[in-house]
Design a protein around this ligand. Structure first.
Ligand code: KG4
Ligand code: ZN
Length: 352
């Protein structure tokens, strides 16, 4: 019997240069170089700065991952790379590097979807994913409810944010509260000392009429505005803004809607497993509330450790390994980086 595939994954869709190596579902190395500090003073990721940082970090990060795993390029059975979605210039660095490694070694190349990789990473922690499963995908750029019938090729989006992504809302509200970028982890921390019931902020798209048209969709821009107005009024009245309480109340509104709709989707599709994935899945309240509600609903909830929720190369390697094991065809060497890659395309098999 052939041993499990060894796959290297390369991730450069945003500000993390990630290189992970897995054997089957075993994580062998997870090297990440982040340019986040170079962006912090701008309050957001600057694409050109990110691309240059990827270029500088690429070869050393690949080398570090190989060293950590005790392997050489010749030991690989596959190379997977994020083909999209993400920042165009940043993606091009990873895709270009992955093609070069593939051509130099003859190892097959898989161009994969960043979002499917956020779901696949859970296999490294919790083993194969029972299919069908519901994936609640919450990152800086996306908030979607996915029906995962086959992680190797059949994922369907049931709903998504119609405006800001969940992570984007965290980052914007953090800014309003004077917290550093990226704001998610800072809100999470501040909220631990705050009162979740301090203010009841709006839960977007949960009113009866919205539940007809936008059953599994999200909207976070009204929530962000409500927080902004609340802070403005408070300041205009010459009063202090209780950062911890506002953080906790905002976070509660986001987590309430995310978990409520994910559980509903699972129930209505007769699915008994929910996976959390993406940077916001690292949020401690999201994990706790989802656990509580899943238990009540008799649904199994799975999520990876926080470090594997935010962008990394291990998630790309995990998806690549799954594709190799499932016998999915590698990608043609001329596939492009695609900044707006369709969320339902798991990998660029031999099509463009
Ligand atoms: O998946 P990710 O690392 O990058 C994208 O694919 O976008 O997600 C980044 C997002 C950021 O908006 C960040 O603020 C958020 O995930 N995030 C969190 C937490 N850790 C990261 N949001 C809430 N709570 C956290 N603990
Ligand atoms: Zn991501």
């Amino acid at each position: 019997m052939k041993s499990e595939p060894v796959v290297m994954g390369i991730e450069t869709s945003c500000d993390e240069t990630g290189v992970g190596i897995v054997r089957g579902t075993e994580l062998l190395a997870d090297a990440v170089a982040s340019s986040v500090e170079e962006h912090a003073r701008f309050g957001g990721v600057v694409p050109e700065v990110a691309s240059r940082a990827h270029l500088e970090a690429m070869v050393p990060t690949v080398q570090r991952a190989l060293d950590d795993a005790g392997l050489t390029l010749a030991d690989l059975d596959g190379i997977a790379v994020t083909a999209g979605p993400g920042l165009a210039g940043a993606l091009m660095v990873g895709v270009g590097a992955a093609k070069a490694y593939s051509i130099a070694t003859g190892v097959p190349l898989y161009g994969v979807n960043h979002l499917s990789a956020h779901i696949a990473v859970d296999t490294l922690e919790n083993g194969p994913i029972p299919e069908p499963a519901i994936g609640l995908l919450v990152s800086g750029g996306h908030s979607s409810i996915m029906l995962v019938e086959d992680l190797a090729g059949k994922v369907t989006q049931l709903g998504a944010s119609i405006d800001d992504a969940a992570g984007e809302a965290f980052d914007k509200v953090a800014r309003l509260l004077g917290l550093p970028f990226p704001g998610g982890p800072y809100i999470d921390r501040a909220a631990q000392n705050g009162d979740r019931a301090y203010v009841r902020f709006p839960r977007g798209l949960t009113a009866a009429k919205d539940m007809e048209r936008h059953r599994y969709d999200f909207s976070f821009s009204g929530l962000k505005t409500a927080v902004a107005r609340w802070i403005e009024t408070r300041r205009a009245d010459g009063e202090d803004v209780p950062v911890d309480d506002v953080a906790a109340a905002f976070q509660e509104a986001v987590c309430d809607v995310l978990t409520g709709k994910a559980i509903l989707a699972a129930k209505e599709h007769g699915v008994d497993t929910i996976l959390l994935g993406g940077g916001v899945a690292a949020n401690s309240r999201l994990r706790a509330l989802a656990t509580e509600r899943a238990e009540q609903a008799g649904i199994t909830l799975r999520y990876p450790r926080p470090k594997l929720c935010t962008d990394n190369g291990a998630m790309v390697a995990a998806l690549g390994s799954h594709l190799v094991a499932a016998g999915v065809a590698p990608s043609r060497i001329d596939f492009p980086a695609n900044s707006s890659m369709n969320i339902e395309v798991v990998s660029l098999a031999d099509r463009l």
